[in-house]
Design a protein. Sequence first.
Length: 195
Amino acid sequence: MERHFYSVGLADVPHWLLETPTRESGEAFAEPWMFADGRVLPDPGPIKAQVSHPGEKRTFVFAGVEESPIGSEAVANVFRTLAPGDVQLFPVTVEGASERYFVVNATKVVDAIDEARCREVHHYDEDDPSPYYEGEYNWIYGLRIDPSKTEGAQVFRLKKFKVAFIVSEEVKIALERVGNLGLSFERVTGPHDPR
């Protein structure tokens, strides 16, 4: 039986917007994108996230332009239970929130993109002025991955397309049980839905 996976994104629902997490002092991290880079990080120490746009509090959102995943205690418990080897959970103080939140850092990167089954892929141009993205995907429409290449991971980023935050169906179902998510889930395995 094929395992199913989902790309997690911001849902089109009213929700608060959080800024990129910083040190508790307000000092920016040298690598503000580090929580979306798919690697094990040293303990960053106390961190906080300011609210950039007030709105409905959600249990799980992506913060800042770097889209750092931030979830409530209940969301963190889903990852602790179902994907303990795939994530790091760093406590983060969210401005105006009395409950505990955590940055969910996916530490695994897998090479599982099934380019032939994606609807449309865009690579960074060879003459792009930034050498950092050479060979990577700029965007993928109708993303599809090969579940046999996920190396048993429940949560991961994709090689050459780390912007994608991927979770297994088990994690998706458990997150949906938490409820009040500011997220949407797009299936990235199996055939495309007919349109």
